[in-house]
Design a protein around this ligand. Structure first.
Ligand SMILES: [Zn+2]
Ligand SMILES: [Zn+2]
Length: 252
């Protein structure tokens, strides 16, 4: 039984261009929800109004803990073509602690399922990318099982996006499908809010209820506590050493 999350792994502030709260407001909201951490995952520059690509690196100027909340440096990079090219380059991606790659239909027109799958597959294989965001989007069909298996091979993550259940029409069937595939193949997930306003931070009840209906095992939810989440961050190889993880060897 999943009781909730302690780290919200996907949140936006005004810097994303179409969100409404500041980092300070999000941190206060996170604290009120009883969270221990949040990932600051602003959209990359290619989303309309998106922030500069330097933002992941500029997060180095922030305190690690804001209002009692551990703020993990992150990004939600946009996939911009079927080769899986991202709008945050390696130089700035390497400065993140947690990075999501997502397809958005306002950034590029979705293709055939095989093309979308190729794009997502390549993005997931990018050094420093940890998780694919909202694969459930019915407007962007892809081969969920192939992607879940690739996440398993790479030791990476699949997102269960609470916001999809409210804003991505008809996504619930896909969220259920993704959850079942992650159970079948024992792939860890992060349950996230994809908050665009402070009251959304940590609000993941719909996703938690859905997973509990499926009897999704709590131990597969990486952000169930701050300890397993931090352990994942610490285990990550330093930038450029990603191939070491593919080998299953310790990074040099
Ligand atoms: Zn997104
Ligand atoms: Zn987002």
């Amino acid at each position: 039984m999943i009781s909730g999350i302690k780290v919200d792994t996907h949140t936006h502030t005004v810097l994303s261009g179409h969100a409404w709260s500041t980092l300070q407001e999000n941190a206060v909201a996170a604290r009120e929800r009883g969270l221990a951490g949040l990932c600051l995952t602003e959209h990359g520059p290619r989303i309309p109004g998106g922030g500069a690509d330097i933002i992941p690196a500029a997060q180095n100027m922030l305190p690690k803990v804001i209002g009692g909340i551990r703020v993990f440096r992150g990004t939600e990079a946009n996939i911009v073509d079927f080769y899986g090219t991202l709008d945050i380059g390696a130089k700035f991606l390497s400065r993140t602690e947690f990075a999501i790659a997502s397809l958005h239909d306002v950034v590029m027109r979705p293709g055939e399922p095989t093309q979308n799958t190729d794009a997502l597959m390549a993005a997931l294989n990018t050094d420093r990318i940890d998780m694919l965001g909202h694969l459930d989007d019915p407007k962007i069909p892809s081969d969920h099982e192939a992607l879940v298996l690739e996440a398993r091979r790479l030791g990476k993550l699949i997102e269960i996006n609470n916001n999809s259940l409210s804003v991505r029409r008809n996504s619930e069937g896909n969220v259920i499908k993704l959850a079942r595939l992650c159970m079948k193949h024992q792939v860890p997930v992060c349950i996230s809010s994809d908050a665009h306003f402070s009251t959304m931070v940590g609000a993941v009840e719909n996703a938690v209820n859905l997973l509990n209906r499926l009897e999704f095992p709590e131990e597969l939810v990486l952000n169930r506590g701050i300890e397993p989440f931090e352990a994942y961050i610490v285990r990550k190889p330093p930038p450029g050493k990603f191939s070491a993880r593919l080998d299953g060897k310790e990074p040099a």
